[in-house]
Design a protein around this ligand. Sequence first.
Ligand code: VGL
Ligand code: ZN
Length: 206
Amino acid sequence: MKIRSDDLLLIIDVQNDFCPGGALAVADGDAVVPVINRLATQFDHVVLTQDWHPVGHGSFASSHPGAAPFSSVTMPYGPQTLWPDHCIQGTSGAAFHPQLVTDKAELVIRKGFRGAIDSYSAFFENDRATPTGLAGYLRERGLKRVVMAGLATDYCVNYSALDARRLGFETAVVMAGCRAIDLQGSLAVATEGMRAAGVTLLDDIA
Ligand code: VGL
Ligand code: ZN
């Protein structure tokens, strides 16, 4: 893929809690950092997302008495996987990985900050209707294609890629810069779903 000046590199949730030692650690999650740092030097426009939950967030198993992490409940907006407490606003777990080069980022989109609704996608919360504002930002800036990488492939990257397609953006995911949670085959389901939606899955960008 040849990078264009109207491309956006969207870096999803490269935060301490999703890296080894973190509260919701993704296996090998920190391996995305050098890949993404290199990608960031290749693009003209970079945006970061940051999972940013209040204490007692509705997606935390600890907010549902008797519920185990990684089980599922039905929320008013549909099914919701329950997670260990993670990415709590202002904590070191919510901070970007210390080696992630963030200086070039033009915007940081924080998501999941409403207590009653989770937000995997960089574009819409989990009701698939409440916007984060990122689509308007892209349109106003004249950015036409979204290239993404980060954590986790099967949750926040997947939902962001599907929404980018739904909004009409050309969309690619750089797999070398992603790692997955892979709950019960969720990685295979996600990659199939992204392909079916017209997302270009790239190994890497040379
Ligand atoms: C994520 C689960 C909960 C992600 C965020 O960044 O993929 N996954 N919150
Ligand atoms: Zn979260």
